[in-house]
Write a protein that binds this ligand. Structure first.
Ligand code: TRP
Length: 448
């Protein structure tokens, strides 16, 4: 069985080395496993909750997309898309909103922290809190449940959200599943052995501490950042303690075991910090140099990135669209056509909504039309020399035998025994054409 892995990246910042080691690199490695079916997406609707600077949102989406591709994500294997390109997600979000308990969401850490802060400052408890922030976990549940993910790799601060997604899924299954598991119950995965990198000052590398090392800045910027790593004051020649040095921790996260051992020995033997920083720089250059070039090449071709992401969205929607259709059906948002009024109350099945109309053409030949419930023409037959042949073809179309429909542009023909016996009008666009095909199939489906 394949495991569906899904995770979202909020698009509010520029990826740094800590994001790379802690999330991007392990996710890309995981996506290569033979049994992995990975879904990685830019959580740009979530970004709007935290950020009201359009330029920053846009820049971050571009940078994060380019980063993942430059780091080697294979979009033919994984599904890579922008949340905001999948209209099914906000639609599902509403269905979930209608079953998510307000009390459940009241307990979300992020919301509670904001309330506590307001109260502490003597403000109204909900001052400055948007409905977006309050409902953040429901949108995240929609992201996860839309694709029935099994595993959701996240940071510790997100575990509660995945648990809420589970809760909401369970409730939805119970209410609407009629014994079926409509949604898979997702599990959060925390990768224990993944590196949490220290930043320049030794605290966790994080944008909020302003201690990050840029991932794809220039080589110069990388060098400058490394130069600012805080070390102790031991002089060249003095023995250093690798285990109390976050420079060593950074080195370790990117080095092979033998390199690590050599570096440790060199520090213990008195390697100068300046020299050690030079070695760290070389190590990072070796890891990131080529990816940086790919990154800049991608950033310079935003239209190509757009195409890649739109293709990813189309791939994702091949799953989302039919699944959302099932969910709409489950909650009772059903087509009136497929559920004739009265059918459920045991009344005689409503009469067939579409009808055939036979007529004689100006030249005396025989033809028929098929009109849908609203009188719109679905088919016009070819001309027949006599009424009997027209009638036979008409009968066969209603016999329930599989239909041979062939599309041509935004129109279609119906074929019997190798000839086209009837044609649709030309529709305005392909979705109008597809809708007409659906109506035709319904009209000609065998009736009990
Ligand atoms: N909330 C996540 C974060 O801030 C991002 C995210 C949005 C996400 N939707 C998701 C993560 C779905 C996993 C699954 O990190």
């Amino acid at each position: 069985m394949t495991t569906r892995i899904l995770t979202g990246i909020t698009t509010t910042g520029t990826p740094h080395l800590g994001n790379y080691a802690g999330a991007i690199r392990p996710a890309i490695v995981a996506s290569r496993a033979a049994d992995a079916d990975s879904f990685y997406f830019l959580a740009d609707y979530h970004a709007l909750i935290k950020c009201d600077e359009p330029a920053r949102i846009q820049r971050s989406r571009l940078e994060i997309a380019a980063t993942w591709l430059a780091c080697g994500l294979d979009v033919n294997k994984a599904t890579f898309y922008r949340q905001s390109d999948i209209p099914e997600i906000p639609e599902l979000c509403w269905l979930l909103t209608c079953v998510a308990g307000k009390g459940l969401l009241n307990r979300a850490h992020a919301y509670k922290a904001s309330v506590d802060k307001n109260v502490e400052q003597g403000e109204d408890p909900d001052a400055g809190i948007s409905m977006g922030l309050f409902s953040y976990p429901v949108l995240m549940a929609a992201d996860i449940l839309m694709f029935n993910a099994h595993k959701v790799p996240v940071g510790r601060d997100q575990i509660q959200h995945v648990e809420m997604a589970r809760d909401i899924a369970q409730r939805f299954n119970h209410l609407f599943g009629q014994g079926r598991e409509l949604f898979t119950l997702p599990e959060a995965v925390i990768e224990e052995d993944v590196a949490t990198l220290p930043g320049l000052d030794g605290r966790k590398m994080s944008k909020s501490y302003d201690n990050t090392i840029p991932l794809f800045g220039s080589a110069r910027q990388l060098k400058d950042a490394i130069a600012r790593i805080v070390t102790d004051s031991r002089l060249p020649g003095e023995a250093k303690d690798p285990d109390s040095s976050h420079l060593f921790t950074l080195y370790q996260a990117f080095a092979a075991p033998t390199q690590q051992a050599d570096f440790r020995a060199a520090l213990e033997a008195g390697l100068a910090w300046g020299e050690a920083k030079q070695q760290l720089f070389q190590l990072l250059e070796a890891e990131l140099g080529e990816a940086r070039e790919r990154y800049h090449a991608l950033i310079e071709r935003p239209a190509d990135l757009e195409d890649i992401l739109l293709a990813g969205a189309a791939k994702a929607r091949r799953i989302a669209t039919p699944f959302l259709g099932e969910l709409r059906e489950a909650v009772g948002l059903r087509s009136f056509r497929s559920q004739p009024v009265g059918a459920e109350s045991g009344k005689k099945k409503a009469s067939k909504s579409a009808r055939f109309v036979s007529f004689r053409d100006e030249d005396g030949s025989f033809r028929f039309r098929l009109l849908d419930a609203s009188g719109e023409q679905l088919l016009l037959s070819r001309s027949f020399a006599d009424g009997k042949s027209a009638g036979q073809v008409n009968k066969r179309l209603q016999s329930g035998e599989p239909l041979d429909l062939r599309e041509e542009g935004d129109a279609f023909g119906v074929w019997l025994d190798g000839e086209c016996v009837a044609q649709s009008p030309s529709f305005a666009d392909s979705s109008a054409c597809q809708a007409a095909i659906l109506r035709l199939r319904e009209a000609l489906a065998p009736q009990e």
